[in-house]
Design a protein around this ligand. Sequence first.
Ligand code: HEM
Length: 463
Amino acid sequence: MSEKNLPPGPRSFWELISMIFQRQKNPIKLYENIFAKYGDVVFFKLASFRFVMLNDAEAIEQVLQTDAQNYTKSSSYDRFRIIFGNGLLVSEGEVWKKQRRLMAGSFSTKQIEKLHPIMVRETSAILNKWKVGEKLDLAKEMNLMTLEIISVGLLGKRQENDSVVLREALQDILEYLQSSRHLWLQLLIAPFPVKDKYQAAIKLEAMLPLKSTKKFLGSIQKVNQLVLALIEERRSKNLMENFLDMLIKTSGSDEDSKMSDQQMRDEVLNILLAGHESTANALTWTWHELLKNPEVYQKIKQEVHQVVKGETPMYEELEQLTYTRAVFEETIRLYPPFWRVSRKNKIPTKIKNFDIPEITNVIVSLYTIQRSKKYWKAPEKFQPERFLEGGEEHAKFAYIPFGAGPRICIGMNFAIVEALTILSTMIKKYDIEKAFESDPTYLMSLTLQPKEGCMVRVKKAKA
Ligand code: HEM
């Protein structure tokens, strides 16, 4: 295929170098500037790496759905293989297909309903520890809540000691994965004749005699020991109490459905990590917006107090929380936890009428397309009504907080049920008051987080 019709984009050496520094400082500003200057499909080359950036619904549909078979996850996911192994987030081809099929049952509506009491119990346990009048950081509390929910839901209630080990180890792992040291290592390796520079950078990074690297490798070992021991224990018990039991049950003994302990470990780690940080960030941003928009907070309170009859929500009541759901959906439009996803084409492809050479990293920019004037009215405004019945129409691929196509988030329904459960349980018990002065700034690593957290004061709820 000819490469004559490449998308526009930065070509000058100095512009590319300045982009690297801008990316470190403020990636969103960089994305916005690039799309404003070159349009919504952009191509550039950095050392020997090729990149395309997308901010266009039709192009995104092509990459994530219509032509998905021509793409794999991009090299940027390779770094996660150290911890995610061959789990769902990073596996490809036949392994991914088999695992996705095997795991679909564990994420069905029926199974999520079974996990709902755990969501309520773990949320209440944390809320009961809060003291009226005290100042706390909701970002930390949301993280703790979603981590407790996913680890108890997945592995069952553990002894306190195990939970602490798991919590601390997962935090170390996330911290390490979120650093951008590997990007600099890649550029350092770029001039050398190494075949797979990305893998080489990852290996080099793991060999660096740094305290953080040692801590990370030690944490992986701890998590492995704990999870493998649990798999062995649950396999011998033949129970049906948690998510891991479901995984063990769905994986049979024949070739089509067999899952080794190692594969099961990988899936457990994928779900533990993918299944808590993203929802916690989405919930923290929801509280930021509720506290900035008192009229929305008032409406959501009214709905929750009207619908939820007891102290905590019943599963059947969640469906009636339509405004609360719209608030959550609007939040993840403005603050998609995964602010970009990326792919790599195995063969030369076409995106719109452009020629894309093979092995190009394609970055889909969720944050900018979900705030694009091309697709949204008053895109910067927080307006949950957009997502109510009869609200604003939008191009399907301009709203993809959970991704799209075959690799769409498998935990989407879990996340929505969990978010509605946490929000309504909190609102029933407490009134939350703002204890921060200015809007938070962005911390953009693996996920989009408010750098300053979310400081609040809690009061007893008045209906
Ligand atoms: C608000 C919360 C969440 C958001 C915004 C979110 C977002 C996403 C996105 C954008 C992807 C696609 C990544 C890509 O295309 O490269 C994804 C994949 C995935 N998510 Fe989520 N997620 C959330 C919650 C969860 C939860 C609660 C779980 C598990 C309990 C989970 C498990 C996964 C897994 C395993 C994948 C990989 C699926 C595959 O490749 O087949 N996520 N998520």
